[in-house]
Design a protein around this ligand. Structure first.
Ligand code: HEM
Length: 452
């Protein structure tokens, strides 16, 4: 007798897309690369949205376990319809410290949370995810957020994101791509605290700024991927593979490849307003020096200067820039932390040469002021240029150390640098920030709930 044929699985549209599903949430299948004057550049999905929320149910074991199953069903259904590539939809789910403290509890979290080993301070075995601090140049009214959960959706097609947000969070027609779905609605599990939208690439910054008449719009270079003109997705400026994970490069945390949170990392989310008018009062050369370093000599108009390992600025060069040229560049301020300062071998046996970056940025521009929706921050309808900064690092301590360099308070005092000569911090105002745990894909739904 012939075997029973699997009719349900016969028409498999997923086969159109050759996707190797990554273990991490931050690796993005299907993202292509371009070469700009010999320099490799990653082309991220155009459209982005971040949705933050509090969990709407009481912190009880059974409720959390149920929520875990429902979220898993919802994301599985979403990925059944939209393939895991920019032409479909890429979804990341991250968790704030309040999730672990209120819902999982200290004991179980402590057992599995990677501990930072990077710094010798008075509190050994400090969790590798801790709440964000306020940085020295943050404004007094900066909001340190306390969301339980954060979703980041990316796609080349805005409608895919809109449909996913509607289907996940709002009751009503349960259709994705016109197809009826059963499990996607999980809106009753969450009280939304914000929706933040934006874009990157494809000349979008100039197009959007022109459309909304944002001061400085006419100075944004044609083809620029971000408002400030320069490319921020250089292949050599973004951590490759699973480098930002807790366990990958030895020395940042005590996580091992078999740890619960292996293939996860710390994620920082902030919203930054930028003064494009002020920025574009600088000449091209002055902008090049403030973005990269004052030793750069690229031809006028170059938007993607090489970021190869041999261009890395280490501390002695940074000091020399400050002492002799009286200007320090944004990426040079941080590269001695964001990149490895010697050849290393990862726990997975990969050789990583000196000057390789282990920090990953997935930020995008916005014209929201500050968000599309917020439960507690007033929304100003006048559009403003801004960035939703999303960064992935092996620990919050790593991020903190690096981000402090962006303000460079000590260096500025030591060498009497003017505010406008410390990278581009003078042009930025951060309004919101929060640190999150970005778990591995296998634990993206209510991590640790199954162990309660
Ligand atoms: C308006 C906001 C920002 C803009 C426009 C911006 C832009 C850029 C650009 C153009 C580069 C160099 C290109 C590349 O490496 O791909 C860069 C590098 C970098 N940015 Fe930013 N950035 C912003 C905010 C931030 C923030 C908030 C951080 C947080 C710490 C950050 C951390 C870094 C680091 C560490 C590098 C160097 C990576 C490396 O090459 O090792 N940036 N950024």
């Amino acid at each position: 007798m012939a075997a029973i044929f699997d009719w349900a699985g016969v028409v498999n549209y997923a086969k159109r897309y050759q996707v190797t599903v990554p273990k991490t949430q931050y690796e993005l299948p299907g993202v292509t690369q371009e070469v700009h004057l010999g320099v490799p550049v990653a082309v991220p999905p155009i459209w982005h949205a971040v949705v933050t929320a509090k969990l709407a149910f009481a912190p009880e074991r059974a409720a959390l376990k149920r929520a875990q199953q429902r979220l898993d069903g919802a994301l599985t259904e979403l990925e059944d319809i939209f393939p895991l590539v920019p032409a479909g939809l890429l979804t990341q789910v991250a968790y704030g410290m309040s999730y672990f403290e209120r819902f999982v509890g200290h004991e179980l979290t402590d057992k599995h949370m990677p501990k930072a080993t990077m710094y010798e301070d008075k509190t050994p075995a400090r969790w590798a995810i801790i709440d964000s601090i306020k940085y020295p140049k943050d404004p007094p009214n900066l909001v340190l957020e306390q969301n339980d959960i954060c979703f980041h959706f990316k796609s080349d097609f805005k409608e895919h994101i809109d449909e996913a947000i509607n289907a996940l969070f709002y009751p009503g027609d349960r259709l994705l791509n016109g197809i009826p779905v059963q499990q996607t609605y999980v809106g009753d599990l969450f009280v939304l605290t914000s929706i933040r939208r934006g874009f990157v690439g494809r000349s979008m910054p100039r197009k959007m700024a022109t459309f909304h008449r944002i001061p400085g719009y006419d100075k944004i270079p044609e083809g620029a991927m971000l408002f400030m003109g320069f490319t921020s997705s250089h292949v050599h400026g973004l951590a490759a593979g699973c480098l930002p994970s807790f366990e990958t490069v030895p020395g940042y945390t005590d996580a091992k490849p078999n740890s619960y949170f292996a293939n996860g990392c710390m994620m920082h989310l902030s919203h930054i307003v930028m003064d494009l008018d002020l920025w574009y009062r600088f000449s091209y050369k002055e902008r090049l020096h403030r973005m990269f370093n004052p030793r750069r000599t690229e031809a006028e108009g170059t938007l993607s200067p090489s970021q190869a390992p041999d261009t890395t600025t280490y501390e002695p060069d940074l000091e020399q820039d400050a002492a002799n040229r009286k200007v320090v560049g944004h990426n040079a301020q941080m590269q001695f932390i964001s990149r490895v300062d010697k050849d290393v071998t990862t726990v997975y046996g990969e050789k990583v040469p000196k000057g390789t970056v282990v920090f990953l940025r997935q930020d995008f521009d916005t014209i929201e002021n500050p968000f599309e929706f917020s439960h507690d921050t007033p929304i100003d309808p006048v559009p403003k240029a801004g960035v939703h900064f999303v960064g992935m690092a092996p620990s919050a301590q790593f991020f903190e150390k690096m981000r402090l360099q962006m303000d460079s308070v000590e260096l500025q005092q030591k060498y009497h640098l003017a505010d406008e000569d410390v990278g581009f911090t003078k042009m930025l105002v951060t309004t919101h920030r929060q640190n999150y745990m970005l778990p591995p894909r296998s634990h993206r739904c209510m991590p640790l709930a199954e162990l309660l």
